[in-house]
Design a protein around this ligand. Structure first.
Ligand code: PFF
Length: 438
């Protein structure tokens, strides 16, 4: 398998938007505005910006550069790094762990995409005004969502099976560009609602005492981590499709910057709209599936905006589910020389087998989601961080990062990643277990 045969991203913008698509997902839409509400608005940005740009974006550079260097996904890349150190087949197969973590995330993500699809159809049929508040609980956690979950898996699989340029790059570019344009229109609409600016003013007033809570720091760290998809697989695989001359520090900063922009735009829509209409902007599913339909019912032209909102949520989630499927597909292709279509079919069937039972009980869904997102995924990040910065070598990682960089990263990077980044990833796993926090 010659290196040159690997399909790479075709355009710089397509590459960037694919990476931003992976980063920008449900966490931006349903966690970020809620965290702002919970921790004193703009005050939350202090720890969040600190961790996003001072911490996780350096992990992101590591994943991108390691992927570009190895031109393989986690399974083969980690296997070859470990080949010189051990003969133990279980240790050498450690790359399957981040892949498995991602299949877990893919499975619960497709359940949520199923809900979004259902709500998009409801919005298009103008059903929100007559919808009862209990609709969500009568639908989510029941087999009624199974066809929608399967539709989500099917759409993701169709895009991934078309390949990197014709599938992933093309579709994520269209979806991300549409997302930004539509969300901006929605922000303008929300900000011009009566009283909306009071909501913004409340958000912009710092509440310094919030910074003394341990939770704000751990939540900000967890979110900065999850949003940049740092689990040693997704961004590594996208890195492996980056053209040789890619400026890695620049691409990582742009990914984090556009991801932040998406979060802020989502908050600038939900918070003022909710404030203006006297609705409490809640966290998680309650925001998307209970508060938003209420907002849309009470908002002038809510019919149009409801459909646009769920379209944006769909694009945000799909551009993430695409990379979640791509990672295991790449692993099967690289390890077993399967065709892309066959690999996509196998992983989709596996994801469906996990996702279908998650539709029967919201408690099972919640436990599964928390375990995978809060414990297993950061544990995969610790594993990958250890392998990249300790086994492969932080200095080599730095050399790769700086290879075509206009602004080079200093020599502090190597000890920082070894002695701060990897231990803090571990702290996140421990905090996740004790606090249940993200
Ligand atoms: N970054 C996505 C979000 O913010 O929701 C989640 C995610 C995407 C996690 C891709 C992991 C991943 F590989």
């Amino acid at each position: 398998m010659a290196k040159q045969r690997r399909e790479l991203f075709k355009t710089k913008i397509g590459m960037l938007l694919a990476c931003v698509g992976s980063a920008m997902g449900l966490a931006n839409i349903w966690m970020f505005p809620a965290r702002l509400g919970e921790f004193g608005g703009i005050t939350f940005l202090i720890p969040y910006l600190f961790f996003l740009f001072g911490f996780s974006s350096f992990g992101l550079m590591g994943e991108y550069a390691f992927g570009r260097k190895m031109r393989k996904g986690p399974v083969i890349a980690f296997e070859s790094v470990l080949a010189e150190k051990t003969n133990n087949p279980i240790l050498k197969g450690i790359g399957w762990f981040p892949v498995a973590a991602l299949i877990g995330i893919l499975s619960f993500y497709t359940v949520i995409i199923g809900w979004i699809l259902r709500y998009l159809v409801l919005a298009l049929a103008n059903s929100f005004p007559t919808m009862e508040e209990v609709f969500f609980s009568s639908f989510a956690g029941t087999p009624a969502n199974i066809p929608w979950t399967l539709a989500a898996i099917l759409v993701t699989a169709l895009i991934v099976s078309l390949g990197i340029q014709k599938g992933i790059e093309r579709f994520t570019t269209v979806m991300m560009a549409t997302f930004y344009v539509v969300v901006m229109i929605m922000v303008i609409r929300a900000l011009t609602l009566p009283n909306a600016l009071h909501g913004v003013a409340a958000m912009l007033t710092p509440k310094w005492e919030a910074l003394s809570h341990f939770r704000i720091w751990i939540y900000a760290l967890g979110m900065a981590f999850f949003t940049l998809s740092l689990g040693g697989a997704a961004m590594l695989v996208y890195g492996s499709y980056m053209p040789e001359e890619t400026d890695i520090p620049q691409t990582a900063c742009q990914t984090a910057g556009l991801d932040l922009l998406a979060s802020i735009l989502c908050a600038l829509f939900t918070i003022p709209a909710a404030f203006s209409l006297g609705i409490n902007p809640q966290a998680g599913a309650a925001l998307l599936f209970i508060a938003v339909p209420k907002i849309m019912t009470n908002m002038p032209a809510g019919y149009v905006f409801g459909a646009l909102f769920f379209l944006c949520a769909l694009f945000a989630a799909l551009t993430s589910s695409i990379v979640m499927l791509e990672v295991p597909v790449e692993s099967l292709i690289s390890k077993f020389s399967l065709s892309r279509k066959k690999a996509a079919l196998i992983i989709s069937l596996l994801a469906a087998c996990i996702a279908i039972p998650l539709n029967f009980d919201m408690n099972v869904f919640g436990t599964f989601t928390d375990t995978v997102a809060i414990i297993i995924f950061p544990l995969a990040a610790v594993t990958a961080g250890f392998l990249i910065f300790w086994v492969y070598g932080a200095q080599k990682a730095l050399d790769n990062i700086n290879l075509y960089a206009k602004h080079k990263i200093g020599r502090w990077y190597a000890p920082y990643m070894q002695y701060v980044f990897v231990p803090v990833c571990l702290l996140l796993v421990i905090a996740g277990i004790f606090l249940g926090g993200l």
